[in-house]
Design a protein around this ligand. Structure first.
Ligand SMILES: Cc1cc2nc3c(=O)[nH]c(=O)nc-3n(C[C@H](O)[C@H](O)[C@H](O)COP(=O)(O)O)c2cc1C
Ligand code: SF4
Length: 659
């Protein structure tokens, strides 16, 4: 079996074995699918995805887990448009259906949460209502009605969510089902829903089952062996089973970041496939999921029989053309998902729409400007992410591009950051940008710090000079040893004196955590000091907050919370308690300062006024931020040279900022 071979799913055949799995996007308008959804899915179907599983729709009004969560009763027009758009490209379209039960939210619905039993939800701490017979009848009818509506709208089938985030899984599990009635038979409700949905859609449509086969809570939850038996049982009515893991205690484990190995669920999928095949032969294919981001691993998993197909969700959020590039025999051209979880996770207080740090067009398919391609020649100063993306986009649109970088290699701060613990994948994107630029004929010169005078006669210059370290924010004596995060990451431990290390983190992002963790594993005495109540405060958005704190503890790192840095002396760091003002001295041979950086504006300021050509700046040279902004502004800078977006003070301004 090969990844690009067709696969039979019940009555339908998908053109290949790569699935775009169901995920929240926040692209809905109200609770209906929007034009943006259509564009988002059409782009992946056009890029070759074999199966598109549309964002889950709630089957009942009691389920409103996030503001723009689609609702099945108003989903038909959207399903219809998505199905028409994607089927025209050759993909199968499956509507995901579910109810989040006790894992939902009452903030929007203003109704009690439905759950099998009154087990308080781990994250919201809310006590749900134990469902009564009438509630259960409504739920089952809701699934059947939603499934009917989806197939009548033109979808090839439906996928029933019994995964990490679902009411049906809550009934399956000893963690949440403590009932004494007929539903104490835990699989009974999932069986009934599957049977009723099958009757509703008939044999001519696909019925998929998304099942958590390991709840990562062995004291009462579903364990892998039981999960495999359950899958075989529930597959009686299903045309495929997608194997996922996780339950109420482990939402971060469903789509972990790069600290967990890619393909972490493949053994579980293999176990389930063996059980399903023993019961049903090869009638019910098994689809694997879980950080499958490397095409080589996907191909291996299918060839070795761990699964029959793979979900590559984030991989196709990062590169909509993944399948087309594999089909063309150019896997090296696939833009890599770096498993950062920085912008594809949308369930946070800011309510952002789905996008991707390596492809900011994701989620913005209808508004992102494409450079018109009228620029003929451009010089780009700076070979970090912004400069490389600008070079790539300009070269794609036909310009002659020269890129000059002061450092010996391209990749800028992204490459620097990739030296931190668990962050190696970041360098893949720098490598990819560099390789694409070279393939497109960009003239790349490294080790060349550019002077303004060299650029005098250039008609178009993009300044992507990145950032410089900010001065330490507190007094330090001459003899104190202070390194910036970048200095440490670029040089490794060679610059560190013997003795205890204090890592100062006023940001709460991934950098300080990765440095402290790495030094802890190396056996150094390390303390992280932060003004926040919790170390790595900002990591909640990527799902890494709890895992990061667990790793720090395991690496033996001491955490100093609610602490303000006051001064640094030789051998000592002075911290102040943020609440009491009490000061204390920590022994420290070196302080690693992980503070914000500042834009490197020198070249832009010199050119601004002296240059006769157009000068645009992008990325950290404007304001040091993340990879996302660097990529987005690199693209926009090219559009600005073409005149397709406006420039203000050298900064390209997007045409539309609507949410
Ligand atoms: C933004 C986002 C939202 C997701 N939401 C859901 C969800 O609501 N239900 C679900 O079962 N899986 C959800 N997932 C998990 C995906 O369906 C998929 O299983 C997961 O991303 C792991 O696959 P991947 O590693 O190929 O990305 C979500 C994933 C992402 C990235
Ligand atoms: S934001 Fe990061 S994890 Fe998410 S799809 Fe993009 S690269 Fe992958």
């Amino acid at each position: 079996m090969s990844l690009l071979e067709p696969i039979v799913l019940g009555s339908r055949t998908a053109p290949n074995r790569i699935v775009f799995g169901p995920h929240e996007t926040n692209l809905a308008q109200g609770r209906a699918f929007s034009e943006r959804h259509v564009a988002y899915y059409r782009r992946r179907a056009a890029g070759g995805a074999g199966v598109i599983v549309v964002e889950e729709a709630s089957v009942h009004v009691t389920d409103w887990p996030y503001e723009r969560c689609p609702l099945a009763s108003v989903a038909a027009p959207g399903w219809s448009a998505i199905a028409a758009a994607c089927q025209a490209e050759g993909a199968l379209v499956i509507a995901a259906l579910g109810h989040s039960g006790g894992q939902g939210s009452t903030a929007y619905s203003q109704m009690p949460l439905w759950a099998p039993s009154r087990v308080p939800e781990v994250n919201t701490r809310e006590v749900p209502k134990s469902m009564e017979p009438g509630d259960i009848d409504e739920l089952v009818a809701g699934f059947a009605a939603a499934a009917t509506a989806a197939v009548e709208a033109g979808c090839d089938g439906v996928e029933i969510n019994v995964g990490q985030f679902s009411l049906l899984r809550q009934f399956l599990s000893g963690l949440t089902n403590q009932r004494g009635d007929e539903w104490a038979d835990r699989p009974a409700l999932a069986r009934r829903v599957l049977t009723d949905v099958r009757s509703a859609i008939g044999a001519d449509r696909v019925l998929g089952l998304r099942l958590s086969c390991d709840e990562l809570a062995p004291w009462a939850g579903i364990v892998p062996e039981a999960g495999a038996e359950l899958a075989a049982d529930l597959a009686t009515d299903a045309d495929y089973v997608t194997v996922v893991r996780g339950a109420i205690f482990s939402s971060a484990a469903t789509r972990p970041d790069g600290h967990v190995d890619p393909g972490f669920n493949l053994d579980l999928a293999g176990l389930v496939r063996t059980a399903v095949r023993a019961a049903h032969g090869d009638r019910v294919p098994v689809i694997a999921q879980g950080s499958i981001v490397d095409p080589g691993q996907a191909e291996w998993a299918v060839a070795e029989g761990r699964c029959d197909a793979v979900e590559m969700t984030r991989a196709q959020i990062a590169d909509a053309d993944l399948v087309a590039k594999l089909a063309a025999g150019t896997p090296e051209r696939v833009r890599p998902c770096i498993l950062c979880n920085q912008t594809c996770i949308v369930r946070d207080a800011r309510n952002p729409i789905v996008t991707c740090v390596v492809d900011p067009r994701t989620g913005h398919e209808l508004t992102e400007p494409e450079p018109a391609g009228s620029t003929t020649a451009v010089t780009i100063v700076g070979g970090g992410v912004a400069g490389l993306e600008a070079a790539r986009v300009a070269a794609t649109s036909g310009a002659a591009v020269r890129l000059v970088e002061a450092a010996p290699t391209t990749g800028g701060m992204l490459r620097t950051a990739s030296a931190g613990s668990g962050r190696a994948r970041l360098a893949l994107f720098a490598d990819w940008l560099d390789a694409e630029c070279r393939r497109l004929g960009v003239e790349i010169e490294t080790g060349h710090p550019v002077e303004a005078a060299e650029l005098g006669d250039s008609s178009a210059v993009i300044v992507a000079t990145g950032s410089v370290a900010s001065p330490l924010s507190v007094p330090a004596t001459k003899a104190a040893v202070v390194l910036t995060a970048a200095e440490y990451l670029n040089a490794g431990s060679s610059l560190l004196p013997a003795g205890p290390i204090v890592v100062w983190d006023p940001i709460g992002g991934p950098i300080a955590v990765s440095i402290a963790e790495q030094l802890g594993w190396e056996g150094r005495a390390v303390t992280v000091a932060t003004p926040d109540n919790i170390v790595g405060n900002e990591l909640s958005r990527s799902g890494d907050l709890a895992p990061a704190n667990a790793r720090l503890q395991q690496a033996g790192v001491v955490l100093e919370r609610r602490s303000i840095l006051r001064s640094v002396k030789k051998g000592t760091v002075v911290l102040e308690d943020r609440f009491t003002g009490a000061q204390r001295n920590l022994k420290a041979a070196v302080l690693i300062d992980c503070a914000h950086r500042l834009p490197d504006e020198a070249l832009f300021r010199e050119l601004d006024g002296s240059s006769t050509g157009t000068v645009v700046r992008a990325g950290d040279a404007v304001a040091p931020r993340t990879v996302l902004e660097a990529v987005r502004e690199g693209r926009l800078a090219v559009a600005a040279l073409d005149g397709s977006v406006r420039i203000s003070d050298g900064v390209p301004m997007p045409r539309s900022t609507h949410h």
